[in-house]
Design a protein around this ligand. Structure first.
Ligand code: DON
Length: 319
């Protein structure tokens, strides 16, 4: 993924083309009424469904924005990408492969049946059981040490200090009995080695981290740039591990609709029930859209449409 000196010397994209693609998508989908905010976490139902922000950051660090790029929503499942990356970084490629696996489940993101079908194996770190297990695999002596490591890692990707949206954390912590059950079931199958309730609580906290569209785009652009934040220059993830992270995103980043998404765009991507989606065009750009109303699979309606249009207009499909 390393860019040659020649490629770095000249811009990857023409400014006017990127701006036109963002504006077209924004104008096309601004008025779209489809979808509904997630409400199984009560705080998410209260977020303004009209929030709509698009940011594209090129692998050479140019930032393009359209719409609302300051409102923070909770990162939710998009966090799963970066916690999994941390585990791969700390414990090597095989840790995730051998523990929760990297295959699609064909089930909803919070499915308990999926755990039962394979006794906690053969799933992936983008669905809740594999993600809570990934959180449990981050090394640290105690809760605070593990948590500050996870947040610090997200900060490296975003290029700024992120904070938890406490109202979202409290709301989900009070209503996440299903995830508590998932954590305990993964413990029963030996996929979480210690204290499943702690793992579920840290997972809930990581899902409540506040991000705006620019933060998410910067996180995606870091993956597009071989693991190096294109603006701060910080190597967040080893370049050799980036393809593994992108592979799991491609397989399961949009849950049950991952195949359809890949068919249309070719882009590894990840959605969150807060309304964000990130997508990565390796060596070219990272893009993020925030728009809270979701479709039946739990993916933002406007974000899917806007990212697909923009990427296809810019030749982002790597396949
Ligand atoms: O565990 C949950 O249910 C949420 N914290 C995250 C789920 C999520 O974002 C699924 N995404 N589309």
């Amino acid at each position: 993924l390393a860019l040659s000196g020649a490629a770095q010397a000249k811009d990857l994209f023409k400014k006017s083309e990127v701006e036109a693609a963002l504006t077209a998508a924004y104008d096309n989908y601004k008025g779209l009424q489809e979808g509904k905010n997630a409400d199984y976490i009560p705080a998410l139902a209260k977020v303004d469904p009209k929030v709509f922000g698009i940011v594209l950051v090129t692998a050479d660090g140019k930032v393009y924005t359209k719409g609302d790029v300051t409102t923070e929503v909770s990162i939710q499942s998009i966090s799963k990408v970066f916690t999994m990356a941390k585990v791969i970084d700390e414990s090597g490629t095989d840790a995730i492969l051998n523990n929760q696996g990297v295959d699609a489940t064909g089930q909803a993101f919070n499915s308990i049946v999926a755990i039962e079908q394979n006794r906690g194996a053969e799933m992936n770190a983008m669905v809740n059981p594999g993600a809570i297990a990934a959180t449990s695999m981050v090394k640290g002596a105690n809760y605070d040490e593990i948590w500050s490591k996870i947040l610090g890692y997200y900060n490296d990707f975003a290029g700024r200090h992120l904070t938890v949206l406490d109202e979202v954390y409290q709301s989900e912590a009070a209503s996440n009995q299903r995830n508590q059950a998932i954590g305990r079931l993964m413990y029963a199958y030996g996929k979480i080695k210690a204290d499943p309730d702690r793992a579920t609580d840290i997972y809930t906290r990581q899902c409540s981290v506040g991000v705006n569209a620019k933060d998410l785009a910067m996180m995606a652009a870091t993956l597009a740039n071989g693991g190096k934040n294109p603006v701060t220059g910080k190597q967040a993830l080893k370049t050799e591990n980036v393809p593994e992270v992108l592979a799991v995103m491609a397989t399961a980043g949009l849950y049950d609709d991952s195949g359809k998404w890949l068919y249309k765009t070719g882009l590894p991507a990840k959605s969150g029930v807060g309304g964000g989606i990130i997508a990565v065009s390796p060596g070219k750009f990272g893009i993020a859209v925030i728009s809270p109303p979701l479709d039946g699979a739990g993916n933002s309606v406007r974000a899917q449409k806007a990212i697909a249009d923009i990427s296809n207009a810019l030749g982002g499909n790597p396949l």
